[in-house]
Design a protein around this ligand. Sequence first.
Ligand code: FES
Length: 158
Amino acid sequence: MCPDKPTKKGVSRRDFLGLASMGAAVLSLLAVLAGILRMTKANVHYEPSKKFKIGKPEEFPIGIVKKLDDRGVFIFADSDGLHAITSVCTHLGCIVSNTEWGFQCPCHGSQFDRDGKVIAGPAPRSLPWLEVSRHVDGNIVVDAGKEVGAGTKFKVYV
Ligand code: FES
């Protein structure tokens, strides 16, 4: 059987192999071009800002405790001002609940006092206090990416 002999459909083996190698070359070229185009785009993952507004000072009368579940923080207002404590347990990241004596983690039982200091359980460190400030538009802002020392309060009441 001759390799150049046309098959029943009219395509010889040589033509078929030529077309197949041409197709492979085109696909390889497209893959290289796709790779080059992909390199022009930065491989960066953007995450939302950890700074967020929680409302006007009037929304936080003295004595109020607000739990912002979507942000993972507690906001406390007392006569010294506002402060924010994370509600994310420092053990494995469960959300703690506020109790009359402090905070309780439902996952492995860690307990924290009112200042977030560990009093029991596997949690390795205290619940961080977060920076509270005021935006130029008058809203209170919490920066969940910036820890402050326990006892640091933002004075909003004069
Ligand atoms: S996640 Fe809170 S004690 Fe383990």
